[in-house]
Ligand binder design. Structure first.
Ligand code: CO8
Length: 261
């Protein structure tokens, strides 16, 4: 297994069916420097390739999920360097992973940290979590979905307010606005996320990936295109062993034995 400097990677759950990535750069509140993001990318690709793993949990520390992109790294950057080097372009790896990724957020999820949480498929929050897009305070704007995914999650007025003031919202607000699924005591968020990951892992990994792809298309396509895509993928499930096994197991009143095929 690769050794990492800024993250920790474990496998949890029954048979190691949930991958756990812990951001671990406490000296900078998990600010997302380039080496950290490269490690996250590698860990995600490894877990994606691991056939035991059915879901992935991404978390930070109790103080910070991630306090954003690394401001010290950005301080002296110039436009040409950002543009030519495609600055922050490989951040999107989180959004192209096929397996479900659950963010377990405690403490600060700010700027790129909030954006990273929003690239995940499900967000669970600790009751002291704080979400914000403070880029405006630094004279810049969100660069990895803060104006886009946030707006789709909580609506225009609330997103505008957060992005234009830079103010943080609490876990309770994030929950009532629909940004997060549920709120838990801080020391239980990761366990709850792993439980959720285990539950998802019991299903066919193949069908889970198809389902995730279809939900994600709700953000990309018109309703009629999205419904068409969904219907075709639904039809596709009838070419799989797992669809046949799932329905047969129901009829035979037993648990399905999925083979991810
Ligand atoms: N970058 C670099 N270092 C950071 C960052 C950061 N984003 N956040 C905190 N740190 C460092 C601090 O500099 C400090 O280091 P040192 O001890 O060496 O001075 C250490 O972490 C602890 O931080 P504080 O002393 O400030 O801790 P507090 O508890 O007083 O405050 C806060 C916590 C409120 C979270 C505060 O640290 C803060 O406001 N941080 C900056 C938050 C921010 O503005 N984030 C947005 C960054 S811009 C961004 O994310 C742009 C994204 C663009 C696209 C990204 C692609 C995905």
């Amino acid at each position: 297994a690769p050794t990492y400097e800024h993250i920790m990677v474990e496998k949890r759950g029954e048979g190691g069916n949930v991958g756990l990535i812990v951001l671990n750069r406490p000296s900078a509140l998990n600010a997302l420097c380039d080496p950290l993001m490269k490690e996250v990318k590698q860990a995600l690709l490894d877990l994606e390739a691991d056939s035991c793993v059915g879901a992935i949990v991404l978390t930070g520390s109790e103080k910070a999920f991630a306090a954003g992109a690394d401001i010290k790294d950005m301080q002296n950057k110039q436009f040409v360097e950002c543009y030519n080097g495609n600055f922050l372009n490989d951040w999107n790896v989180l959004s192209i992973v096929k397996k479900p990724v659950i963010a377990a957020v405690n403490g600060y999820a700010l700027g790129g940290g909030c954006e990273m949480a929003m690239m995940c498929d499900i967000i669970l929050a600790g009751d002291k979590a704080k979400f914000g897009q403070p880029e405006i305070v630094l004279g810049t704007i969100p660069g990895a979905g803060g104006t886009q995914r946030l707006t789709k999650a909580i609506g225009k007025s609330r997103s505008m307010q957060m992005c234009l003031t830079g103010d943080m919202i609490t876990a309770q607000q994030a929950s009532s606005w629909g940004l997060v699924s549920s709120v838990h005591p801080p020391d239980q968020v990761v366990d709850e996320a792993i439980k959720l990951g285990q539950k998802i892992s019991q299903h066919s990994k193949l069908i889970v990936a198809m389902c995730k792809e279809s939900v994600n298309n709700a953000y990309e396509l018109s309703l009629s295109e999205g419904l068409h895509f969904e219907k075709r993928l639904f039809h596709c499930t009838f070419s799989t062993n797992d669809r046949s096994e799932g329905m047969t197991a129901f009829i035979e009143k037993r648990k399905p034995n999925f083979t991810d095929s």
